[in-house]
Structures are given as structure tokens and as C-alpha cells.
Design a protein around this ligand. Structure first.
Ligand SMILES: Nc1ncnc2c1ncn2[C@@H]1O[C@H](COP(=O)(O)OP(=O)(O)O)[C@@H](O)[C@H]1O
Ligand SMILES: [Mg+2]
Length: 351
């Protein structure tokens, strides 16, 4: 397949189209299916996500975008399928381990916790994404060293995301848009390589949209790969390097925004009325390069390898012991105190 390659983008290793190979994929998935009572919500033959780019996943409600996110991040189990993140086989790996490996996601319905302060929520996100366990409680000397680092990183990220003044407020008192920002900031607590954002702009006012857009572009500039679900086609057109179109569980089109989004078949069949929604000056701001850039490198958690290794060993030991208990249970939500929004709830906010 290497001869006669005609590409319109350096991201692709062959002619753009559904399932096309990428020159440097960070995520590669094959034959992924998920059925709900006879309905094939996801039926993806092959898909590759290009590293270091912003990829938009678009398609009508019910196309299977959220279900695919749930599968690829270990929040749901497929009927079949394999996928690898950065060369590591991830099928069957639970969510907390997936995020520890550097693949994190946010939720279409925000999982931010109402009865926890913004800072607590950030710190909790780091712990749970690291898969830390009750064993940590037996190792308080390790805990306090790590706790300080976590707090330092949380504060750095809150400043970056303009939420530092709100650090002691209850997350539940914030607007929907601020919660989306908090969720994105929290996803960065574990220094991910791939961030998957499920409708990060939904229900966000224009001013905060501008901020969110800037943060997404800033993630890429900081070397993070972004995969996001979005209905606003102008926004997709402006910030995405690559677009993947899903419909009825399948990947039906792929390519650069210019090509895919001008394809009349895609516009008519899959984008419908969303096509003409406009963010007006938000997009103008992005085009004019006036967006604030986020540099996540300078808020990187200094990793003390011995501490992390000890914690991982403890967590793994706990997992072995707790296997029986965990068997058959849904992966833990991001919070210990809030049942959160599970994959089941994710599918419910159509309309
Ligand atoms: N937990 C679930 N139980 C039953 N059906 C579900 C569940 N989650 C999603 N679905 C169904 O799977 C299909 C894909 O849903 P979803 O992945 O949420 O689509 P999208 O995110 O593209 O809007 C829809 O028909 C939806 O109703
Ligand atoms: Mg969805």
C-alpha cells in the first residue's frame, strides 16, 4: 500500500478515506463493535488518530461517538475489537489504567462534583486517574510528598484556565462553561498525551467558548494530541487538522476539514442543520491569532519516580486482591463521592 500513495495531508499515509492509515498514529483501532439490545451503536472496521494534531469526530446524534469514546477509554466494554494507544494494547484495560498511560477524556455531561471545591476536585482527579488505591492510605509518608506535588500542579493548571480565584468555591456553584473548563483542567492533571473531549462546547456561552477554543489549540501547541466531538462546523473547520465522520456506528468519511466538510454528501447526510451554526467573533479571534495559548509544559508535575513506582506497585497489589470484588463491576467513576455520569447516562442527552 506504500506505492502510488496520493495524500492531501501529511497526516495521512495513504489516500484519505474511512479508516485510512496515518503517518504517525497515536491510537489505532480495528473491528470495534458495541451492541445495545441488537442495535450496533459502534461498528468501526478501522480508525487511526494522528499524533500531535487536532482531530474532530463529527456526525449526527446517535452516531456512536460517545460510545466509541467510552470504549477507547475503558469506560465501557466492546463486543469485539482491538486497539492500541501509543503501541500499547488497550482492549479490556480499565479506565483508570488507560488514563495512567496518558489517554484521558472528558464527558459530554460534565462529571464535575457539586459538593467539592474546585481545588479538591482537581486533586481527586489526579489521584483517581493514577489508579491510586486504599493501599496509599497505609503509606502516609509517600502520600504527603505526592500530595504537595499534586497540589502544585493543580494550582498551576487552575491559573492557566482562569479558575484560580474559584479554587475554594464549590464546583457546583460554577456555570456550565466554567465546569467544562474545570473538567478540561482536571484531565490534564496526569500529564496526558491524548485528550479526548466529548462536546466540550455544549452549553457554553460565547465568551467561555473563546477561552475553551484557545485552550484546545494550546494543548496541541504543547504537544498534546486532541480528539474532540463537536457539532459546530465552523469551529471544527477552524481548529481541526483532521475530521472523521461517523454515522450509524461506522466511520463514513475522513480527511482534512476543507475536503470532508465541503463534501455535499457529508453535509447533507451527516451534518444537517448544524452546518450553518456560527460562533461569529470567537472564530474571528482564533483566525486572527488572538487566542490565549496554554503552555502546559511549565506546569508539568515533577515526577518523583520512586514515589510513583511505589504507588503503582501498591495499586497493582490492591487490584490483585480486589479482583474478585471488581469482577463484573463498572469501572469506578472519577469521583469516590459522586456516582457521576456513567456511559449509560451519556447516551441519554440526545434531542
Ligand atoms: N448505555 C446504552 N444503552 C443502550 N443504548 C445506548 C447506550 N449508550 C448509547 N446507546 C445508543 O447507542 C447509539 C449511539 O449513541 P451515542 O454513542 O451516545 O451517540 P452520539 O454520541 O454520536 O450521539 C444511540 O442509538 C444510543 O441511543
Ligand atoms: Mg454523544
Amino acid at each position: 500500500m506504500t506505492e502510488n500513495v496520493s495524500t492531501t495531508s501529511p497526516l495521512a499515509a495513504e489516500a484519505p478515506g474511512p479508516g485510512c492509515r496515518k503517518s504517525d498514529p497515536i491510537l489505532v483501532a480495528s473491528d470495534v463493535t458495541r451492541e445495545f439490545g441488537g442495535l450496533k451503536a459502534v461498528d468501526v472496521d478501522h480508525v487511526e488518530i494522528p499524533r500531535g494534531a487536532i482531530t474532530a469526530l463529527i456526525g449526527p446524534n446517535g452516531a456512536g461517538k460517545t460510545t466509541l469514546f467510552n470504549l477507547l477509554t475503558g469506560f465501557d466494554n466492546p463486543n469485539s475489537g482491538d486497539w492500541a494507544f501509543d503501541g500499547t494494547d488497550l482492549a479490556g484495560v480499565p479506565a483508570h489504567k488507560v488514563s495512567r498511560l496518558g489517554e484521558v477524556r472528558t464527558f459530554q455531561l460534565t462529571k464535575v462534583l457539586g459538593r467539592m471545591t474546585v481545588l479538591e476536585s482537581m486533586k481527586l482527579g489526579a489521584r483517581q486517574q493514577r489508579g491510586e488505591s486504599f493501599w496509599a492510605a497505609f503509606l502516609p509518608f509517600l502520600w504527603s510528598a505526592q500530595e504537595k506535588k499534586i497540589e502544585k500542579r493543580a494550582i498551576g493548571l487552575l491559573k492557566r484556565f482562569g479558575l484560580y480565584e474559584k479554587r475554594n468555591d464549590y464546583a457546583g456553584s460554577m456555570s456550565g462553561g466554567q465546569r467544562k473548563l474545570l473538567e478540561m483542567a482536571r484531565a490534564l492533571m496526569c500529564d496526558p498525551q491524548l485528550v479526548m473531549l466529548d462536546e466540550p462546547m455544549a452549553g457554553v456561552n460565547p465568551a467561555l467558548k473563546q477561552s475553551l477554543l484557545g485552550h484546545i489549540v494550546g494543548l496541541k501547541d504543547g504537544g498534546v494530541t486532541v480528539l474532540f466531538v463537536e457539532h459546530d462546523m465552523h469551529m471544527v473547520h477552524t481548529i481541526a487538522d483532521w475530521v472523521i465522520v461517523m454515522a450509524e456506528g461506522r466511520i463514513v468519511a475522513e480527511g482534512t476539514p476543507d475536503v470532508v466538510m465541503d463534501d455535499p454528501a457529508v453535509v447533507d447526510a451527516y451534518l444537517g442543520s448544524n452546518k450553518d451554526r456560527d460562533l461569529g467573533e470567537v472564530i474571528d479571534g482564533i483566525r486572527a491569532g488572538r487566542v490565549k495559548q496554554v503552555d502546559v509544559s511549565d506546569v508539568r508535575l515533577e515526577k518523583d519516580e520512586s514515589v510513583i513506582e511505589a504507588q503503582q506497585e501498591a495499586a497493582e497489589g490492591a487490584e490483585d486482591l480486589g479482583e474478585e470484588l471488581a469482577e463484573g463491576q463498572r469501572p469506578a467513576p472519577l469521583s469516590a463521592t459522586d456516582p457521576g455520569v456513567g456511559p449509560e447516562d451519556e447516551g441519554k442527552d440526545k434531542a
